[in-house]
Ligand binder design. Structure first.
Ligand code: NAD
Length: 297
């Protein structure tokens, strides 16, 4: 097995086959082999987010953790929301933010609950003084082969977390966002192409893309930009805790780069959309990061 061939860039990144493994939901990053790469050693901060405050849902692990680290490296204090059973991952993210010299606030709870979302925003503003960047990134994913296998309550819960949660968080955040602020939503290739095993999840991702464009139109006058990052396969707990061990072993192999992205390769696009230096003329965009696939978007 060779887990460290280069593919797509000069950096060595892990490549399938991965060790066969599985976890119950929600997955814990600390238990994944190889560990997802989030420290972005090639990324140098340049003060793009100095003095700003970000709130990231699903910030304990995976893409959200890597975004938290780069936001801190760019000078932002960061609050993260996550499910209480993921405290071990959240603690590691808090230490990583601390190593970047910024403040971390940990807010466990469920984004499918509107009252919790309001409290999370209020706590961020109370403890960190303001809110400039909201990253809606938490997601629930549950593969099923047939529509007949999807219980109604699964369908509803996936929508409650993945799109209702984004709505609740954005609604609570907007009154605090000043001109120059940004909302960044995490979409997915499945929202563009569909996915036969992820009927409910991919439908929420399509909704997130339309939500992004609509909210961008609504908030442009307030000078609040709203964009979306839509990745292909990324090596995080989401799929390790959903796919069979056989599928985890070959995860990402069907991309042109023949591997999944590492979270540290996705996070810079969230800096790009948060930073006025980079994207002041961009709102309502859905940016795909697909390892060379060119058919979508
Ligand atoms: P992840 O498991 O590391 O992150 C998902 C996070 O969502 C978890 O940290 C969990 O804390 C949080 N979460 C789930 N349900 C929640 C709830 N009810 N309340 C609060 N938090 C909750 O996985 P990830 O891959 O980093 O996922 C981040 C985003 O990326 C998701 O929106 C996902 O749909 C998207 N995405 C992932 C991939 C991929 O292949 N990993 C591909 C495309 C898009």
């Amino acid at each position: 097995m060779n887990n460290s061939q280069s593919s797509g860039g000069a950096q060595e990144q892990p490549k399938p086959p991965f060790p066969k493994q599985g976890q119950s939901k929600p997955g814990i990053e600390a238990a994944i082999h190889p560990r997802p790469e989030y420290q972005a050693p090639l990324y140098k901060g340049s003060g793009k987010l100095n003095g700003k405050v970000a709130l990231i849902t699903g910030g304990d692990s995976g893409i959200g953790r890597a975004v938290a680290v780069l936001y801190a490296r760019e000078g932002a204090d960061v609050a993260i929301v996550y499910l209480p059973q993921e405290q071990i991952d959240a603690d590691e993210t808090a230490r990583a933010i601390d190593r970047e010299g910024r403040r971390a606030v940990l807010i466990p709870g469920d984004v499918s609950d509107a009252a919790f979302c309001r409290q999370a925003v209020e706590r961020t503003v109370r403890e960190l003084g303001r809110l400039d960047i909201l990253v809606n990134n938490a997601a629930h994913q549950h593969s099923q082969k047939s529509i007949l296998d999807i219980p109604d309550d699964q369908f509803e819960y996936t929508f409650r977390v993945n799109i209702f949660g984004y709505f609740y968080m954005a609604k609570a955040a907007v009154p605090h966002l000043k001109p120059g602020s940004a909302i960044i939503n995490t979409g997915s290739i499945t929202g563009l192409e569909g996915s036969s095993h992820l009927l409910d999840y991919s439908a929420t991702k399509g909704a997130i893309h339309a939500f992004t464009k609509s909210l961008a139109q609504q908030l442009v006058e307030k000078k609040i930009r709203v964009n979306c990052v839509a990745p292909g396969p990324v090596w995080t707990p989401l799929n390790v805790s959903d796919k069979t061990p056989d599928k985890v072993a070959v995860f990402g192999q069907d991309t042109p780069m023949m591997r999944p992205a590492q979270p540290e390769e996705i996070a810079p696009s969230f800096v790009f959309f948060a930073s006025e230096a980079d994207s002041s003329y961009i709102t309502g965009e859905v940016l795909t990061l697909l390892g060379g696939e060119t058919t979508a978007g």
